[in-house]
Each structure stands twice: as C-alpha cells, then as structure tokens.
Design a protein around this ligand. Structure first.
Ligand SMILES: C[S@@+](CC[C@H](N)C(=O)[O-])C[C@H]1O[C@@H](n2cnc3c(N)ncnc32)[C@H](O)[C@@H]1O
Length: 270
C-alpha cells in the first residue's frame, strides 16, 4: 500500500479488511451501493470502473447489472481489501470482474475504455482526490457517466468525535473534508472536466444488531479507532468506556442505529 497516496493507511491491514467484510459491508456499504447504482445504473454490456472498490462493494452489483456481455474493473490501493473482493465467487449471470491494485491517480489502463465509473466513499481517503477525478475522466469514453458518493455525515463520525474529545491522537492522517460540501464537490467535478453535474443528498439508517460490542469492533476498524492497538491498555479501556456511553442513545431493541448522510454526485464525461 503506497502511504503517500492515501490518508487512511489502516485499510491496508488484514484485520481492518476482515471487519469491513463482516460488519461494515453488509450493513452500511452494500445498501449505499444499491442507491448509487439506482442513480447511475450500468447498462447491459457496459464496461464499468469502480475506483476505491475496497471489498468490491460496488463492483459486484454493477457486474450483475452489466450482465455477461459487460466487464467490470475494481481498483484499490489495498491488497488486503482486494483479497476480500477476490474471495467472493463469480456470479453466473454477471459480468466478469478484474481487480487491480493501483493508486486511483495512475491507473494502468488505456484512455476512453469505460462506459460507467463509480467511486463510493473513496475520494476523501485519497491524498489527491482532484488528480483521481482527472484520471477517472481519462479512462471514460465520451458521453459516459460517473457517480461519486461522499459522506456529508459519516455513520462513524461519533467514533471520531469521542476519540478527539479524549485528546487521544488517532493514527496517521485522517480522511479529508474533500467534497463534504456539495458545492465543493460540484466544482471539483467540473474542474476535472465533467459536465451535467448533479448532487443529491440521501440518508440511510444502518442497524448493528450485535449492539455496543459490535459497534466497538466497527470503531476499531475506522480511521479514528485505528490507533487503538498502540494505546496503553488503560487508555484503550477509557476509549471503550467513552464510546459505550456515547453510543447508548443510539441503542434500540434491535441494535445500535447509525445514521449516514451522503452526497451522491452524477456527471457526464464530455
Ligand atoms: C471507505 S472504503 C470504501 C470502499 C468501497 N468503495 C465501499 O463502498 O465499500 C475506502 C477505500 O479507498 C481505498 N483507497 C484509499 N486511498 C486510495 C487511493 N489513493 N487509491 C485507490 N484506493 C484508495 C482504501 O484502500 C479503501 O478500500
């Protein structure tokens, strides 16, 4: 994993990728991928690019929509995340998926080779998101479509707040605020050469049915909690206790309810 390319090196860890696969993916990111693909659906036969694919969250349902005559390429910097993506068996009626380990700013593929591109919750983790958008544009055919999702309110923002309030430094760089403001996201897409830019705001509620213990597992796998392992056991206990208190108001009979609000931008490659 190239540390200079990402603000969130914790995605390179096997343990983070495993927690992401087991908890985050089905409860948070897969439901969001369905919304993203409703807004800009792949067509049968399309060539689809999923940048910062992680465990193939958008790539797999996009492959189902593109069908056997399509093709999908998922790109990510993290070998651990791509290991999870590759562990899912291919679906018979889906497009074949190829996973490529590469930074989003220099993807080793020819110009104008895709009909659809997606990037779900990836740009804020990149060191140079503007360069990534220009690279995606290079890879898109004229008239093709892009959809990008960036949190306005991350479901994990509470974890970040608790760690910050305790005065405990989170590990490494943290995600940037790139694109959190829909106006800024629109401008960045236009600067990268996209037209017909539209930003929608959507909200989703995810339930962690395993309650506070499951929420604590999620917290450790976020960038805010990634440094937990380096803390003394007393400090780890302080963080767990503070997180448990902060999560209490979100507990309902069926689990911890996390709210996320995301901008979803759609655009055309001129
Ligand atoms: C929050 S995850 C989102 C993954 C996936 N899109 C999803 O919706 O589940 C962010 C992903 O961005 C990847 N990433 C971070 N910086 C990157 C970069 N510069 N180039 C490519 N991928 C990057 C991480 O490895 C991680 O898999």
């Amino acid at each position: 994993m190239t540390q200079t390319e990402t603000r969130s090196p914790h995605f390179g860890r096997e343990a983070t990728a495993a927690t992401y696969r087991d908890i985050h993916l089905p409860r948070v990111f897969a439901p969001w991928a369905r919304i993203l693909l409703e807004i800009v659906p792949p067509r049968p036969g399309d060539a689809v690019l999923d940048v910062a694919t992680g465990p193939g969250t958008v790539a797999r349902p996009a492959a189902a929509k593109a069908g056997p005559s399509g093709r999908v390429t998922g790109v990510d910097l993290s070998a651990a995340m791509l290991g999870v993506a590759r562990s899912f068996p291919p679906e018979p009626q889906s497009a074949p998926i190829e996973y490529l380990e590469s930074p989003a700013t220099s993807i080793p593929l020819p110009d104008a080779s895709f009909d659809r591109a997606y990037c779900q919750q990836g740009l804020q983790h990149m060191s140079d998101p503007g360069a990534a958008l220009r690279e995606i544009r290079r890879l898109l055919k004229p008239g093709s479509r892009l959809a990008v999702a960036i949190w306005q309110q991350s479901p994990f923002s509470l974890f970040r707040q608790v760690v910050a309030d305790l005065g405990i430094a989170a590990e490494g760089a943290q995600p940037s605020t790139f694109g959190r403001d829909p106006g800024e996201l629109t401008r960045a897409l236009k600067q990268a050469g996209f037209t017909e830019v539209e930003v929608q705001t959507r909200q989703l509620e995810s339930v962690l049915e395993g309650g506070i213990p499951q929420a604590l597992e999620v917290a450790v796998a976020t960038s805010a909690g990634a440094g937990m392992g380096n803390l003394s056991s007393a400090d780890q206990e302080r963080v767990r206790a503070a997180l448990s208190r902060a999560l209490q108001p979100l507990v309902k009979p069926d689990g911890v309810h996390l709210i996320s609000i995301s901008s979803i931008a759609s655009a055309t490659c001129a």
